[in-house]
Design a protein around this ligand. Structure first.
Ligand code: HEM
Length: 440
């Protein structure tokens, strides 16, 4: 691996700041290969101007380590988000830093890892089974849309205390309006998408408040129930307003990302029959009865490698934005505070020093013999203190889904569709993945 020179330099990275005011934002939004083109031209660090701010883009294992871990105090998570996010999400983990972030992350963690995950297996299984049954009746459909509904159902049942069915459908409509407000002009005047998003947010928060009040009378072990009960050794608890804001954030951060990764999983296995067959064999060898157990879920090493390979080649998000709060030098370049940073996971995920045949879908690269990996080479869930809070939750949900799919169903990717990948809002095939679904 080439050694990075961290010595001070007054030289800004290569690249272009584009047009006055607009910078390169239009190209960024319009071109799928915006970053690839610049990386080919300038290398693993370059400057540009995105969404109103001068921006440095960095990629590669050393950049990941620098940003996510060793120099994370140079970066502000909060300042990496556009203004819309700040208003719509209120005081939730996304906008918290330092001690406040640390304290709240500790309070949120018990609902998303360890033994609490056991409580989620059965509700996840029930929802997944119902969707698979519906898909049998439908036969041909766009899988991306269906998977989006399924992951929303799971998240709203476990995180918002909803009931699968009509209630979830109503919440889903509100959630769509809410999400549309995140990527629009922040004009809060009647009939604008932003105004509708604020109203939808208030309706979602009202729903969560009602459920929290019910849960306080009648405690339950879903994620929302655990957030209400959570207490740290100093006796700190989340207030009602904090629980509402954090639950809404979880719903948002877990929904599109999991949908994207599941869609890519289905696409990749549909295109690689021998890998599909090997994954099926592993499921059959586990002699799974009517219900999955946590031991069985933990004992699927081949499926684990398949998901790692999906994370490497099809990461749902391209990386992450940060605000730069302290100037720094990296790779012989100097980057001033006040700029914005974007780290891209692609440089590490396709680093030929770590991964052989980088463009090939090859789960075995992660098995114990080949073990092609090192710290910060696989960052589809981020890394360091701000690594994805819902990683174990998402991984369990995806494995339960995969296990059912592999044991009982088959799918054929229909011809004449555009399977080219679009990165925004999360990676997905342009066509939405048209398939024909049937029982095995
Ligand atoms: C396949 C599914 C998922 C992927 C690929 C994913 C990816 C990520 C990534 C890359 C980050 C860090 C971004 C950065 O460094 O800028 C992140 C953070 C986060 N994710 Fe996920 N995520 C997934 C599912 C979930 C789920 C299911 C939840 C909640 C139930 C969740 C909650 C969060 C939260 C709260 C953070 C911020 C953590 C903090 O600020 O401390 N994610 N996720």
């Amino acid at each position: 691996m080439s050694k990075i020179d961290f010595n001070n330099s007054n030289m800004l990275p290569p690249g272009s700041l584009g047009l006055p005011f607009l910078g390169e934002s239009i190209n960024f939004l319009a071109q799928n290969d915006f970053f690839q083109k610049r990386q080919n031209k300038y290398g693993n660090i370059f400057k540009t101007h995105l969404l109103g701010k001068p921006t440095v883009v960095m990629t590669g294992i050393e950049a990941n380590r620098f940003i996510l871990s060793s120099h994370s105090d140079h970066f502000s998570w909060r300042e990496g988000w556009p203004e819309n996010f700040k208003e719509l999400f209120g005081n939730s983990l996304f906008l918290q830093e330092g001690q406040e972030h640390k304290k709240n992350r500790k309070l949120l963690t018990p609902a998303f890892c360890g033994s609490s995950l056991l409580n989620y297996i059965e509700p996840m299984e029930n929802i997944i089974q119902n969707y698979c049954q519906e898909w049998i009746n439908k036969g041909k459909f766009l899988w991306l849309n269906e998977l989006r509904q399924m992951t929303f159902d799971i998240a709203s049942v476990l995180l918002l205390g909803s009931q699968s069915g009509q209630m979830t459908q109503n919440l889903s409509k509100e959630f769509t309006k809410f999400s549309q407000g995140l990527f629009t002009l922040p004009w809060n005047i009647p009939l604008t998408p932003y105004n509708r998003a604020i109203k939808a947010r208030d309706n979602l928060l009202k729903h969560i408040e009602q459920v929290v009040l019910e849960r306080q009378e009648n405690p339950q072990n879903d994620a929302l129930g655990l957030l209400i009960q959570s207490e740290d050794p100093q006796g700190n608890r989340l207030s009602l307003d904090e629980i509402k804001a954090q639950s809404l954030l979880m719903l948002f951060s877990g929904h599109e990302t999991t949908t994207s990764m599941l869609t890519s999983f289905c696409l990749a296995l549909g295109q690689h029959p021998s890998i599909l067959q090997k994954a099926r064999q592993e499921q059959y060898s586990l002699n799974i009865g009517e219900r999955l157990t946590i031991e069985q879920l933990r004992n699927m090493p081949y499926l684990d490698t398949v998901f790692k390979e999906v994370e490497r080649l099809y990461p749902p998000v391209i990386g992450g934005f940060r605000g730069i709060v302290k100037s720094f030098s990296f790779g012989g370049y100097w980057i001033p505070s006040g700029w914005q940073l974007l780290y891209l996971n692609k440089g590490a995920h396709r680093d030929p020093q770590i991964y052989t045949n980088v463009d090939q879908f090859d789960p075995d690269r992660f098995n114990l013999t080949r073990a092609e990996n090192c710290d910060y080479a696989l960052v589809g869930f981020g890394g360091g203190a701000r690594i994805c809070l819902g990683m174990a939750f998402a991984q369990m949900e995806m494995k339960i889904f995969a296990s059912y799919l592999l044991r009982y169903y088959q799918w054929e990717i229909l011809p004449n569709q555009d399977l080219g990948l679009k990165p925004i809002p999360t990676l997905h095939p342009r066509s939405g993945l048209k398939i024909n679904f049937s029982a095995l």
